[in-house]
Design a protein around this ligand. Structure first.
Ligand code: ATP
Ligand code: MG
Length: 461
C-alpha cells in the first residue's frame, strides 16, 4: 500500500516539476480527439493512474464505449482520488455518446434524470454513471430569478464538459484510448497545491447551483484541502441560496456530508461558513447552548470512526442526533400536555415538520428517528421485569442505548442509566448495532437491476 501511495505521489510530483518552458508532454503516437488540441495532456508514463486501481466494472464500461466508437473517459472523484492515493467512492464516466446511444450499448443500462439525462449501468447493486459531455451554455438561457440552473440538457464538447464541472480537481479526465490524463482547468496543479478551486466566476457558479457551496466544504473536509480564497469568499453571503434547493436534494447531500467518514470536520466547516442553518434550521441556534455542540461532535466522531472501519451507519441516528437539541428544548411536559411521552412525541413531530422545510427526511428514516427519541424515556426509567426485557428486545434498543450514552455529555446523571443497561445487556444475547439491525433503513440501490434484451451492436456517433 505504501508503495502505491509513493508511486502516485512521485508521479504527480514528477509531472508538476516540469519547468514552465518545457513543452507539454503529449504523445505523438496517440490520436487525440480534435477538441483536445487545447488541453494539457499527460501521457501514461507521466502520471500514476493505473488500470489496476480502476474498478473492473468501470473499465468494462469505458472499453465498451471506446469499442463502440465513442470517446470514453473516467472523470470526477474517481480520477481525483486515485491521484491522491485514495480509494474512490464511485467511478463516473464521461462520453460523447448520447444517452440513447449508451443505452444501445448496454443491456444493463437505465436512463435516469429529468434535469439532465444520465445513463446508469447496473452490475447488481454496483452502478457506473455515464454522462454525455455537457455544455454550460444553458445557464444563460434557463435560469431562475436567483440565477439557478433549471434545465441544462445541452450536450457539448469535452472542453465544455470540463468547464461546466464544479472544481478544477474534479475536472480531470482519464482517457481509456491511450491512458493519458486530460487537464483543461489546471486541476493537477490544484491537486498538488491541495486546493479546492471553483472553475469560472465563483459567485456565478454558486448562483447556478448553490449545492456547490456544500460540495466545497465536503471536499475540503474529505481531502483535507484548503478552499482557495475567491472560492470561499462568497459562501457566507450566498448561503441563503440553499433555501431554494429542493429539500430532497439537500437530504441526499447531507448524507454525503455526514455519513462518509468526515462528518465532524464537515460540521465545523459548515459552522464556520454559517451554513448549518440551511440544513438543520430547528436546532442550529441551539448548537451553542449547553453542551449540544460537544454532543453532536462526539456523535459525528463515532460515526466517522465506524465509516472508516467499514461499518454501516444509518441516516436516522444522524438526524436523531442533529435535531435532538431542538427536541430536547421543547419536550418539557406542560400543563396542557403533562404526559412526558406525549410531550416528547409532540416535540419530535414539530421539529420534524420544521426540518422538512429545509431538508426532507424520508418517512421511514423519520420513523426510526422518533423511535430512538421515544425510547430515551423508557431507558431513563430503567424498568425491571417484563418491561425491562421488552425494552432490551426492542428493535431500536441498541440505537437508543448508543444515543443515551451520548446524552451523558448533556446530562451526566444519565450515567446511572447507562451503567444499568450495560449490566442488563450482559445477561442477554448481543444486539446488533443500529445500522445492522434494520437493513430496510439503509439507502437502497437507486433502481433494481432490470434485464433487457438489446442488440449489442453500437451505432456509430
Ligand atoms: P465523491 O463521489 O467522492 O463524492 P465526486 O467528485 O465524484 O466525489 P460526484 O457527486 O460523484 O462527486 O460527481 C461526479 C462529478 O460530477 C464531480 O467530480 C464533478 O466533476 C461533477 N459534478 C457533480 N456535482 C456537480 C455540480 N453540482 N456542479 C458541477 N459539477 C458537478
Ligand atoms: Mg463520484
Amino acid at each position: 500500500m505504501i508503495s502505491i501511495h509513493k508511486r502516485l505521489y512521485n508521479g504527480i510530483t514528477r509531472l508538476l516539476k516540469r519547468s514552465p518552458s518545457e513543452p507539454r508532454p503529449s504523445s505523438p503516437s496517440v490520436s487525440v480527439p480534435k477538441d483536445l488540441a487545447d488541453a494539457h495532456i499527460i501521457p501514461r508514463a507521466q502520471h500514476p493512474i493505473s488500470r489496476k486501481h480502476i474498478h473492473r466494472y468501470a473499465l468494462k464500461v469505458l472499453y465498451r464505449l471506446k469499442d463502440g466508437g465513442y470517446d470514453s473517459f473516467l472523470v470526477g472523484g474517481g480520477v481525483r482520488d486515485l491521484l491522491l492515493g485514495m480509494t474512490p467512492k464511485d467511478f463516473d464516466v464521461a462520453t460523447n455518446a448520447k444517452p440513447e446511444q449508451v443505452d444501445g450499448l448496454f443491456r444493463n443500462c437505465r436512463l435516469i434524470g429529468r434535469r439532465f439525462r444520465l445513463a446508469h449501468i447496473h452490475f447488481g447493486r454496483y452502478i457506473i454513471e455515464v454522462a454525455t459531455f455537457r455544455a454550460n451554455k444553458a445557464a444563460a438561457e434557463q435560469v431562475s430569478d436567483q440565477g439557478r440552473i433549471l434545465r441544462d440538457n445541452h450536450y457539448g464538447s469535452l472542453e465544455e464538459d470540463a468547464q461546466r464541472r464544479d472544481f478544477t480537481i474534479n475536472a480531470l479526465y482519464y482517457n481509456i484510448a491511450d491512458y493519458s490524463l486530460v487537464d483543461y482547468c489546471n486541476g493537477l496543479a490544484d491537486i498538488e497545491a491541495r486546493l479546492i478551486r471553483l472553475i469560472g466566476d465563483p459567485e456565478q457558479r454558486y448562483q447556478e447551483d448553490p449545492v456547490r457551496m456544500l460540495r466545497a466544504l465536503r471536499f475540503s473536509a474529505k481531502l483535507d484541502f484548503d478552499i482557495e480564497e475567491s472560492t470561499q469568499a462568497p459562501i457566507k453571503q450566498l448561503g441563503g441560496l440553499l433555501k431554494d434547493i429542493p429539500p430532497s436534494r439537500l437530504y441526499e447531500e447531507t448524507l454525503k456530508v455526514f455519513l462518509t467518514g468526515h462528518g465532524s470536520k464537515s460540521f465545523i466547516l459548515l459552522e464556520h461558513y454559517e451554513l448549518l442553518i440551511y440544513l438543520f434550521a430547528p436546532s442550529c441556534k441551539l448548537f451553542h447552548e449547553d453542551n449540544y455542540r460537544e454532543f453532536v461532535l462526539k456523535a459525528l466522531d463515532n460515526s466517522d470512526q465506524r465509516v472508516n472501519e467499514n461499518k454501516p451507519v444509518i441516516p436516522a441516528f444522524l438526524f436523531a442526533v442533529l435535531l435532538w437539541p431542538a427536541v430536547d428544548k421543547r419536550r418539557q411536559p406542560t400543563e396542557k400536555e403533562p404526559n412526558a411521552y406525549n410531550a416528547l412525541a409532540r416535540a419530535g413531530a414539530d421539529v420534524n415538520q420544521a426540518q422538512g422545510q429545509c431538508v426532507h427526511i424520508p418517512k421511514r428514516t423519520a420513523q426510526t428517528m422518533r423511535e430512538i427519541w421515544q425510547l430515551q424515556l423508557r431507558l431513563e426509567q430503567m424498568p425491571r421485569g417484563k418491561r425491562g426485557k421488552q425494552t432490551l428486545h426492542h428493535q431500536r434498543f441498541r440505537a437508543a442505548f448508543d444515543f443515551l450514552m451520548l446524552r451523558v455529555t448533556l446530562e451526566p446523571e444519565l450515567q446511572t442509566a447507562v451503567d444499568y443497561w450495560q449490566e442488563q445487556q450482559k445477561h442477554m444475547p448481543a444486539q446488533p448495532h443500529p445500522a445492522e439491525e434494520s437493513p430496510d433503513d439503509r439507502p437502497k440501490p437507486k433502481r433494481r437491476f432490470r434485464r433487457r434484451r438489446k442488440p449489442a451492436k453500437p451505432s456509430t456517433p
